[in-house]
Ligand binder design. Structure first.
Ligand SMILES: [Zn+2]
Length: 316
């Protein structure tokens, strides 16, 4: 006689057991894993740039997500608080201002409610001033502003709804991801007022990336493809008039340790947020090789408060 299989009932005890099992597997994977291998050094010098003398770069903090170092990169301590920045960056160029990501906008509370329960249950955040208010106070003309997304996740696109006059620069891959990315891009998708402007990579190789897009044609703002975290993720290189160089790497790594210690996100987070784990890994190895080949280049992971602290605030 055969017994019919019945789906096991999800009791609180069974859920707790599954949670503990997942935590043990995650811990084992973290403890047993080695850092990623170093990449081949990049032959210098840095690519040429002729930024206009008035070009300036600012940080616009819009809030933080409360996290621990252990959730940001493998080997991070569970006992170390490591807030995750939701910060936009503004490039002021005489031919038009460009905001790199938006951070949290005015509607973040309502948007957060649209995210999956499992994510909300482990996430608390704190709001600061939305980018639109900081821009207005500083007299930035919103009509001429363009937003350049490193990628389309919630904490990078929350403020798009506040900037309906601004064009939003995205790659074709990321535009498709916004439409087809399910819950991962629900915030961008449910913002109907956005005017997207797709761009391609018509420029040549840049620092080992196969192609590039030079936004102003003077090397001051150059975008390269870095797919993995999302299909259309990019890295944005900024060159300032006095020679300072920055690389906004989006969520390729959440914190600097991801790049400088070559420690990827913990396994559970890779499963939850990365579209292509191998793509992220290759991207991390390459950016870490760039970082060690060019120590003067400031690497800015999108959620690292220490990296953003190297930039001035936008003041009225
Ligand atoms: Zn992301």
């Amino acid at each position: 006689m055969t017994r019919r299989w019945r789906r096991p009932r999800l009791t609180p005890a069974r859920l707790a057991f599954a949670g503990i099992l997942l935590a043990v597997v995650a811990l084992l994977r973290t403890c047993l894993a080695a850092p990623l291998p170093p990449g081949a050094p990049i032959a210098g010098p840095l690519p040429d740039a002729s930024p206009p003398p008035t070009l300036a770069l600012y940080q616009l903090p819009t809030g933080v997500v409360h996290r621990r170092a252990s959730s940001a990169y493998r080997g991070g301590s569970f006992f170390e608080t490591r807030d995750s920045a939701a910060t936009a960056a503004l490039v002021r160029h005489p031919n038009g201002d460009v905001l790199i990501d938006t951070g949290f906008g005015r509607s973040i509370d309502a948007q957060f409610a649209q995210l999956p329960l499992a994510f909300r249950a482990i996430t608390t955040y704190e709001r600061a001033r939305p980018a639109v208010d900081q821009l207005r106070e500083a007299g930035v003309e919103l009509r001429g502003l363009r937003v350049l997304l490193t990628h389309a996740h919630w904490d990078h696109t929350s403020g798009l709804v506040d900037l309906p006059e601004s064009g939003v620069l995205v790659t074709a891959e990321e535009r498709r991801f916004i439409e087809e990315g399910g819950v991962r891009t629900v915030i961008a998708r449910s913002t109907p007022s956005v005017r997207y402007e797709e761009y391609g990579f018509e420029g040549g190789p840049y620092l080992g990336y196969p192609k590039s897009h030079d936004v102003f044609g003077d090397g001051s703002l150059v975008v390269v493809p870095a797919p993995g975290h999302t299909p259309g993720s990019v890295i944005v290189f900024v060159s300032l008039p006095r020679g300072q160089r920055y690389a906004f790497i989006g969520d390729l790594a959440w914190q600097r340790e991801g790049v400088f210690e070559r420690e990827e996100r913990p396994w559970v987070w890779r499963l939850a947020v990365d579209s292509d784990e191998e793509g992220v890994r290759a991207g991390l190895v390459h950016i870490s090789a760039i970082a060690s080949s060019f120590p003067a280049l400031t690497i800015v992971p999108a959620h690292d408060l220490r990296a953003f602290a190297t930039l001035p605030l936008l003041r009225p």
